[in-house]
Write a protein that binds this ligand. Sequence first.
Ligand code: ZN
Ligand code: ZN
Length: 174
Amino acid sequence: MTTLSSHDLPIECPACALPYRQCCGPLHHENAQPISPEALMRSRYAAYVLGYYPYILETYASTSRQQLSVSDLSKSATNTRWLGLTVLDTQLSSTNQNNAQSPQGEVEFKVYYAENKRVYCLHERSVFVQESGYWRYLNGTMGSANGEIQLKRNERCVCGSNKKYKQCCLPKVA
Ligand SMILES: [Zn+2]
Ligand SMILES: [Zn+2]
């Protein structure tokens, strides 16, 4: 594992539009814990973009973690180019576990990515639970916008840059 003083770390976080040292860097490299389901969701997306698959595995809830491995995760994303993340909604609630109230959270988001020259939207509402006081990703349900999307060259890019697609992510997709 690298440390935050390593030189090859990104300046800007791919998930938060903040300096990486201020948001997901300490979560990925210094065992800091996300303070909310949204912070965890963003840090997991950033870990996919940066290829930190062990972090993704660690932040699954224990039931899902047992069925996964770091190599499964990295294989599943080998051909994926991540384009951007938009968080649409977050909600905190609680669930009854072993007769005690335990915090639970939901985050709805859209992630855009390209595979084999096609662009897709992953539209998901994720459920997060706390295990030993730490937020973990439990599971998610697909939203209505999930699936392949057709982007025109002059359309605004999906990554949130406000640039035209042809001047932004198109070269990464093609
Ligand atoms: Zn971040
Ligand atoms: Zn773009």
